[in-house]
Ligand binder design. Structure first.
Ligand code: 2BA
Length: 109
């Protein structure tokens, strides 16, 4: 068994949840925050048998889009003002960042 931990954009979450649900995956949804953008994103925990991991990854891939996002500059409080670039920069976010962890035991009481 594996645990897929998928960080996705909020905009893709409902579509992805529906698609995974249609394929009978069991999911826990967590409201999370990206460390870089400090904006809300969604982390899904998906426990599944090894033989379904590729299918889950395909569903995630098909339902999460890459987007470009502008990041506002953060003032260099106490930092070096010489390297401060006072204009927004573009970063590419998503489609999904997925960690695949082996599960030693799965217990439900
Ligand atoms: P954030 O940390 O808010 O990052 C959002 C996007 O900003 C990233 O998209 C990446 O394109 C860019 N970015 C992140 N750190 C950067 C840096 N130091 N310099 C320049 N650009 C940077 P993604 O790579 O698609 O990541 C989307 C979200 O997935 C991340 O949101 C974070 O919540 C999670 N994530 C990505 N890699 C991770 C990792 N190795 N461990 C834990 N969480 C991760």
């Amino acid at each position: 068994m594996k645990l897929l931990v998928a960080v996705v954009q909020d905009k893709d979450t409902n579509r992805l949840l529906d698609a995974l649900g249609e394929e009978n995956f069991k999911i826990t949804k967590l409201a999370t925050t990206g460390g870089f953008l400090k904006e809300g994103n969604t982390t899904l925990m998906i426990g599944c048998e090894d033989q379904y991991v590729d299918h889950a990854l395909n569903v995630i891939k098909d339902n999460c889009s890459k987007r470009e996002q502008m990041v506002a500059p953060i003032s260099p409080m106490g930092g070096n003002a010489d390297s401060y670039i006072p204009k927004p920069v573009k970063v590419e976010v998503g489609g999904a960042t997925v960690f695949i962890l082996p599960i030693e035991q799965f217990i439900q009481f």
